[in-house]
Design a protein around this ligand. Sequence first.
Ligand code: UDP
Length: 488
Amino acid sequence: SKEHGQLHFLVIPLGSPGHYIPTMDIAKLLAQHGVRVTIVTTPVSVVRFGSILDQAIKSGLPICFLELPLQYTDFGLPEGCETIDALPSFGMTKALMVAYNSLQQGVEQYIEKLNPRPNCIVSDTFLLWPRETAKKFQIPRIIFDGMSCFTQMCNHVLYLSKAHESVGESDLFVLPGLPDRIELKRSQLPFAFNPGLKDMYDFQQNIRASESEAYGVVINSFEELEKEYADRYQRVKGDRAWCIGPLSLCHKDESEKVQRGNKSSINKIECLEWLDSQANGSVIYACLGSISRVEPTQLIELALALESSKKPFIWVVRAGHMTENIEKWIDEEGFLERTKERALLIRGWAPQILVLSHPAIGGFLTHCGWNSILEGVSAGVPMVTWPQFQDQFYNEKLVVQVLRIGVSVGAQIGVNGALFGDEEKPGVVKHEQLRGAIEMVMGDGKEGEDRRKRAKELSVMANKAIEVGGSSHENMTRLIEDIRNQVN
Ligand code: UDP
């Protein structure tokens, strides 16, 4: 009977590591809960990210890929370039989004031939076409945007109050009606509140319209982390917002830790050996995510701060973006020579989860991407926060002010303008600021102690949330039951 038939979900990720990786994890969790999953993606992305699910598929979980080719040159994209981190400039994001529309036809042809039809679509919120497809075939659509409940609520109160509209660009103002007193500047808000960035702004308004029509939302978070915000967001979404994270923990029982997304410049063994040789809690891990385009001058400030912190450190320099300038500086300065006793430089892609869960790590200097924050929380590591754009200034507030497991480097202005080649210059952070924050987090003082203790407590909660009976596990069960009820 239908009631006992296996549910079938289409899962549609966005081509950006920070979205793609957790979406693979959602697919795995659904399959572990007995749902058959088809991931709609491209051949290039399967090669790059598919291995995240190798173990899961090998162990017999019902996951498969529907691979549809993407047109590149038609949309002005370099051949084979289909993830945000691989774009030559951030301004091409829009072209990429348009290119992704070309998947729609193939997916609809696939659905037409299926009997019964898929029961649910889980799609990245940045993809707009699944809205039409879901409507056409009357399939409930659940969206995933990779952000926290805290961020959702910050956005929500701004949309309602328009509090940002009546203040100057660099005035601090309070986000009204939140459980905590959250103060930000307009220049720190996400694109959705910056009409100056016309393309991104318009795009965000379309996303918002698409979200308001979706059946529900899945969130990579766990309720215990941000209880009041999760409760409120639930109310906003009529109880169809499910916190099912931290998603990255769904691989923690696998003997072989997964490589999430890319080959590293350094092999895992080498990296672990280096970490093994360091004292517990002594190393600062600095990584600014997969898409941030931090100015070389700012990266130099970071390098100087790491050096003067006198702590052992891992510094990840992301591939592609103005790397020559940084390499030149490293070379000319003899930076690696000066720091060789205690530095590990990773060029390109770091095995971040593996690094963060090593006992030698004592702090995480992060750009505050939500995945990175949750990975830090899951590993129980306190943070040094250096937000750049989008939801990252919100995430910093959550980490520093609400959870009190981090110290801000004091970044003032988002790089939103700079990303799009605007005249506006991003805020400049000095190495003294960076070093001060590192010392506070890594230091022996009570400040450091308290943060470390709280980070450890949150890590225990995170790991409980995903176990059978834990809040995130229960929420996944509820979500699937909800969809089953729709079917019947
Ligand atoms: N990541 C990684 N190695 C790197 C850079 C990033 O494994 O060198 C992973 C990281 O663990 C996280 C994701 O890529 O899961 C980045 O997502 P996040 O939301 O933190 O930031 P974004 O890159 O989207 O700005």
